[in-house]
Design a protein around this ligand. Structure first.
Ligand code: C5P
Length: 402
């Protein structure tokens, strides 16, 4: 399922709420992601944001309310050609009025007619005052739209332009984009499935300020989590300390040490259909933790005693239930395939992703990877590319074997 994000055609509807002032950033994010964007403003939307800003950023005209059913464009039947052209329609921000109109199937404005005519997935991003959002009419309209298959992005909470504080903010452009990819993703084979992914390093503290760790960035695990989420899974990401912040849509459990990671994983593992162990778990931790910072003065050499951490993957293998799939990662610097194959057996995994960390430009900390996926049945497949591409390849293979 490679390249399903490439060259996507997006209709971005902008309606008349104050959050429309953020919509140029959405256009930029879409264009940066390689999408073609047709912007469609409602009359209300146009009061908040200039068509010229939007058309400059989109690199093409922005459709204005007055151009629908006009002598200039009528012959093009814009609502049908845009509805058919789109791979997805995103309405951001989406007002309570537009939600109500969509429930009723009103096509007076160009955007309403596109929504009536399109067969593409539609993502609605409501943004409004908290009382308008909680109003029974809006709640009811959102329920109806969800039941009709519209994707609805939950608004953020915080300061609202009207002076209120509460739910109703338009989420950031990257959050809207991720939700759009999930709506567009052609493979929904993980719908209704629970997936747990571990990612990142662990920190094994010896005193309040010092720890033993490794350079894992968490990017490969995040790519595995995102790819599963795009395919419809409910995804829990057990994440060691990393700088990663772009985690929308995932249920994130932050941990620091291997012991915390073990507890977070084992307490959730029973309900999981797939567990992906992409974390670089510290194999050892200091035997003792000093609650005071260890002093340097008068100490020339120091011996640090380490004890082994529990092997989380092996513990999962021991209590694996029928139908549960365990996928491990093995970062190796020699005898890569033989060592990885050994770990499939010793940890009772279904798959292991073998990673040669001695190869330059791949693995820890970088955005690309080159791996070999080994199956417990003896099968193997190789993938190279961005971590996103590698994750897609791994899921394609794992899911095709089901
Ligand atoms: O470190 P090792 O090469 O044995 O890691 C192989 C797999 O086991 C990885 O998926 C890793 O996340 C997992 N592992 C673990 N707990 C450990 C060590 C490794 O779950 N203590």
């Amino acid at each position: 399922m490679l390249n399903w994000k490439s060259d996507r055609k997006i209709v971005l509807g902008i309606t008349g709420g104050i959050a429309a002032y953020k919509s140029p950033e959405i256009v930029r994010a879409l264009v940066k992601a390689g999408c073609e964007v047709e912007v469609v403003l409602t009359e209300g939307g146009e009061r908040f944001v200039s068509p010229m800003v939007l058309s400059t950023l989109a690199g093409r005209r922005a459709w204005r309310g007055c151009e629908f059913l006009s002598d200039d464009y009528g012959w093009r039947i814009p609502h049908i050609s845009l509805a058919d052209w789109a791979d997805a329609v995103v309405v951001a921000p989406c007002t309570a009025e537009t939600l109500a109109n969509t429930v009723q199937g009103r096509g007076k404005e160009l955007l309403g007619s596109i929504l009536l005519a399109t067969g593409a997935p539609v993502l609605l991003c409501p943004a409004m005052n908290v009382n308008m959002l909680n109003n029974a009419a809006t709640v009811h309209n959102l329920d109806i739209l969800r039941s009709r298959g519209y994707h609805v992005l939950d608004p953020d909470s915080g300061d609202l332009a009207c002076g209120y504080e509460g739910k109703g903010r338009l989420p950031a452009p990257n959050v809207i984009l991720e939700e759009m990819w999930r709506a567009i993703c052609p493979d929904k084979s993980l719908e209704g499935k629970n997936v747990l992914v571990t990612a990142g390093p662990t920190h094994e503290y010896l005193d309040p300020v010092r720890f033993i760790s490794n350079p894992s960035s968490g990017k490969m695990g995040l790519a595995m989590a995102r790819a599963a989420w795009y395919r419809g899974a409910r995804v829990t990401l057990v994440l060691g300390p990393t700088g990663i912040s772009d985690l929308s849509g995932l249920e994130v459990v932050r941990v620091v040490s291997a012991l915390e990671m073990r507890d977070a994983v084992m307490s959730r593992s029973a309900e999981m259909d797939y567990v992906v162990k992409a974390a670089a778990v510290g194999d050892f931790r200091p035997a003792e933790f000093s609650s005071d910072k260890i002093k340097r003065r008068g100490v020339d050499t120091m011996k640090l005693e380490l004890v082994q951490n529990p092997d989380i993957a092996a513990a999962l293998g021991e209590r694996k239930r029928d139908g549960q799939v365990l996928i491990g990662f093995a970062a190796e610097s020699s005898d890569v395939l033989a060592n990885a194959a050994d770990k499939i057996r010793s940890k009772r995994l279904d798959y292991i992703v073998a990673n040669d960390i001695a190869a330059p430009g791949f693995g820890f900390g970088v955005d690309t990877n080159s791996v070999c996926l080994l199956g417990a049945d003896g099968g193997s497949a190789s993938f190279s590319g961005t971590k996103e591409e590698v994750a897609e390849g791994i899921w394609d293979t794992v899911l095709s074997g089901r």
